[in-house]
Ligand binder design. Structure first.
Ligand code: AMP
Length: 634
């Protein structure tokens, strides 16, 4: 057996001793009394009795040895800004932000919602929350009022942080009007809204509620705010993610387990070393951004790049120019971004000195072989696929080159990461599939390792019901992904088992989009499915039934309606969720018991066999969809 399989086996069979060792990579105010309390499955309490602080481990502990080293490098090709904060400077900014939050009445355990573009202040806000034991909830800036309102409602934040605007491709994207609308829609109202004014857009100010970061920062310029020592099990943040139902779930993360998991992942998975530079191109609104733009690299004593802008502006070489300039050693992106770059001049890949770069990590969606080959040949560097979820906070499947150099296989994210007891289960019987190449649900035996979700915010029942009861006869965590494993232990991910789709690496629930479209007064009923797309991996495709069936014969009216419906989605969920097309039919394919046959619709859209349709109520429904697809392919 190799070093990695030993390592993995120990993490499962000698779990507590293994994680006790990993826990030494972080600083504790009080050492844990117990490594894992799993007396009440599936709720795991990692490092019970221990006290630590995420911000202390990300910043303060490095001040002695690397206070003058770059911690955060903010680069915006949208506003032409580039600023480096050393660990000392980051420490000062975060204390100013922490003092400002305290002055607004934020206390340990209070929620703070962050709805911000990719600017340095967003990272100060996250770290400041961690510093004072407040629970942050970052909402992706691409979400619109409806999505934001449901998150405000669920998280009930005392304070919301936002900004006048972001910028995308040189176009100003205002945040404040969307935020004001979301607060209006939500029954929960924050006490204060703390605003960063970037001078990009004028803001309407609500007196008594809205305050400017610039004035509070001035006031708290020299404040010292010590880290609040919190229990290892104290929630550090919630992050909302889509599932089968329309209501997004607040994934709740702890403090001790998350800090340990990230600390150990930096050398073991990413081969990152203190003093080196990590460049993760994700967004702070996603889990990858939390773990590998902000917390992971800083915990690991690295410099981290926070990038606002497109991968193609001013040209498709911008990311590689940053690799050269900041001597990036570890880079992390998503397949969809590489597919965008693939359309650019390939010479841009060899224009810059990339000798510092050790590997490019890709995650968030399936990595197709042509894309993997193109980028691997273009860069001449290892490309490392890794598979995980908002829920887990760090990779479930990959190759851990920091432990043992391991071959990557195209199409496979790799093997089960240490700490994860990954199994493939038969979805009908719950039985474990032990033969190579058998297709099953990717499941994880409890306890989930440190760093994974503790529960669903405010809803333990939903946590248990959603994740732990879907495989018959077993309490085991379901990832809701299909997978197979080959004879060497490499997994291959084959897509979701539920109604979640993945558009350009963004996870979206088709139900959320359906609910939003149903908000249009002309729509009687709608089905949304994910359809394979060369650039984005998948796109959402909507099929709607109109209240007024006569409109089906009026192509002009349908075109207008399609535009209106897309606007409805833009306004409620955001452009990320906008369907590629909205098509109109007189009836949707359903079973006799009234269940929408989304999978059959998806198959027809992708030109596949829709499978067994014996339970379908009205066979003409699917034919209408097939005709529309055929007509658009002509
Ligand atoms: P999210 O929670 O937004 O990170 O989405 C998680 C989902 O994205 C997973 O359940 C998978 O369906 C998909 N996913 C993430 N990473 C990969 C990968 N490397 N390969 C295939 N699918 C992936």
């Amino acid at each position: 057996m190799g070093r990695f399989s030993d390592f993995h086996q120990r993490s499962i069979q000698d779990r507590d001793a293994f994680w006790a060792e990993q826990a030494q990579q972080i600083e504790w105010h009080k050492a844990p009394q117990e490594i894992c309390d799993y007396s009440n499955p599936p709720f795991a309490k990692w490092f019970n009795g221990g006290e630590t602080n995420l911000c202390h481990n990300a910043i303060d502990r490095h001040l002695k040895d690397r206070g003058d080293q770059a911690a955060l490098i903010f680069v915006s090709t949208e506003t032409d800004q580039e600023r480096t904060y050393t660990y000392k400077q980051l420490h000062a900014e975060v204390q100013r932000m922490a003092a400002s939050l305290l002055s607004l009445g934020v206390q340990k355990g209070d929620r703070v919602l962050i709805y911000m573009p990719m600017i340095a202040e967003a990272s100060f806000a996250m770290l400041a929350c961690a510093r004072i034991g407040a629970i942050h909830s970052v909402v992706f800036g691409g979400f619109a009022s409806g999505s934001l309102a449901s998150r405000i409602e669920d998280a009930s934040p005392k304070v919301i942080l936002s900004a006048d605007a972001g910028s995308r491709g040189g176009k100003v994207v205002e945040y404040k009007p969307l935020l004001d609308e979301a607060i209006r829609l939500s029954s929960h109202k924050p006490n204060s809204v703390l605003l960063v004014d970037r001078g990009l857009a004028k803001m309407a100010i609500t007196e008594g509620r809205d305050v400017y970061w610039s004035s509070l920062r001035e006031k708290h310029m020299h404040d010292v705010v010590p880290c609040e020592w919190v229990d290892a099990t104290h929630p550090s943040y919630t992050l909302y993610t889509s599932g089968t139902t329309g209501k997004p779930k607040g994934v709740q993360r702890d403090t001790g387990g998350y800090t340990v998991a990230l600390a150990s992942s930096i050398p073991n998975i990413f081969c990152g070393k203190p003093g080196e530079t990590f460049f993760c191109t994700s967004d702070i609104g996603w889990v990858v951004g939390h773990s590998y733009i902000i917390y992971g690299p800083l915990i690991g004593g690295m410099s981290t790049i926070l990038y606002e802008g497109l991968p193609t502006r001013p040209d498709g070489g911008i990311w590689w120019s940053l690799v050269e300039k900041y001597k990036v050693t570890v880079m992390f992106s998503a397949p969809t971004a590489i597919r965008v770059l693939k359309k650019q001049d390939p010479a841009l890949l060899s224009k810059y000195d990339l000798s510092s770069l050790k590997a490019l990590f890709l995650a968030g969606e399936p990595l197709d072989e042509p894309t993997a080959k193109w980028i691997s040949e273009g860069l001449g560097k290892p490309i490392i696929d890794n598979y995980w979820q908002t829920e887990t906070g760090w990779p479930i499947l990959t190759v851990c080159n920091g432990i043992e150099k391991t071959l990557s296989k195209f199409g496979s994210p790799g093997k089960a990461v240490y700490g994860y007891d990954v199994k493939l289960l038969d979805d009908q019987t719950g039985e474990e599939l032990t033969q190579p190449h058998q297709k099953g649900v990717v499941a994880i035996e409890g306890p989930l390792p440190p760093g994974c979700l503790q529960t669903v915010w405010g809803d333990d029942d939903r946590f248990v019901k959603t994740y732990w009861t879907t495989v018959p006869g077993k309490m085991v965590y379901s990832t809701f992904d299909w997978g197979i494993k080959d004879e060497d232990g490499y997994f291959f991910i084959l897509g979701r088992t539920d109604d979640v789709i993945n558009v350009a690496g963004h996870r979206l629930g088709t139900r959320e989009i359906e609910e939003s479209i149903s908000g249009h007064p002309a729509v009687a009923e709608v089905a949304v499915v994910g359809v394979a797309d060369n650039l984005k991996g998948q796109v959402a495709m909507a099929f709607a039934v109109l209240k007024d069936g006569a409109l089906l014969n009026d192509p002009q009216a349908l075109l207008k309606l399609e535009g209106e419906i897309m606007k409805v989605v833009d306004n409620s969920l955001g452009a990320v969720a906008r369907p590629a097309r909205v098509r109109f039919v007189s009836v949707l394919p359903k079973t006799r018991s009234g269940k929408l046959l989304r999978r059959a619709i998806q198959a027809v859209c992708e030109g596949r066999d829709p499978g067994d349709l014996t339970t379908m109520d009205d066979p003409s429904a699917l034919l209408q969809i097939a005709d529309l697809v055929k007509a658009s392919n002509k």
